[in-house]
Design a protein. Structure first.
Length: 159
């Protein structure tokens, strides 16, 4: 599968990037904010949900299918950034791993607003932007993984 490159210039575009980055994992040390350049970026290992929709592997024994999945190293970059705030993240602990759940946008005064990165367990990064200008770009080939991210049913039953 070829490398993915997406650009977001509005909330719909940002939702597409959010869907592709659901369950992406990265270290706090791979987060960078450049105030002078008005740029925020982070590197993540995204789970390839598009490839996961099919069976990607062979069989261990006749009749037994073993599914394999893929992850890719991906960069997410925001331009025209005015400020960045975080909660629940200790930037001194560079090896801590964060799992991205979703990306949201709250408009203040069109087209400016706040992009929020929501991570598993509660940490968040709020990025104040002049307007939405983001890029998600795969940085190399995919690698296989045997595990698929799972989300427990929030209602406590089957659903």
């Amino acid at each position: 599968m070829s490398e993915l490159k997406l650009i977001a210039l509005d909330t719909e575009d940002l939702q597409v990037i959010s869907a592709h980055l659901q369950d992406a994992v990265g270290r706090t040390g791979d987060i960078a904010y450049q105030p002078a350049g008005r740029r925020f970026a982070l590197v993540l290992n995204r789970f390839d949900w598009t490839a996961a929709s099919g069976d990607l592997a062979g069989s261990a024994r006749p009749g037994q299918t073993i599914k394999t999945y893929a992850r890719r190293q991906t960069a997410l970059r925001f331009e025209k950034v005015d400020a960045v705030r975080s909660s629940g993240i200790d930037r001194a602990r560079k090896q801590d791993v964060l799992s991205l759940l979703a990306i949201g946008f709250e408009e203040r005064q069109a087209p400016s607003g706040t992009v929020t990165l929501y991570f598993s367990g509660g940490p968040q990064i709020a990025i104040d932007v002049e307007c939405i200008e983001a890029e998600m770009r795969d940085l190399g080939a995919a690698w296989t993984t045997a595990s698929r991210p799972e989300h427990p049913d929030s209602h406590g039953g089957e659903g």
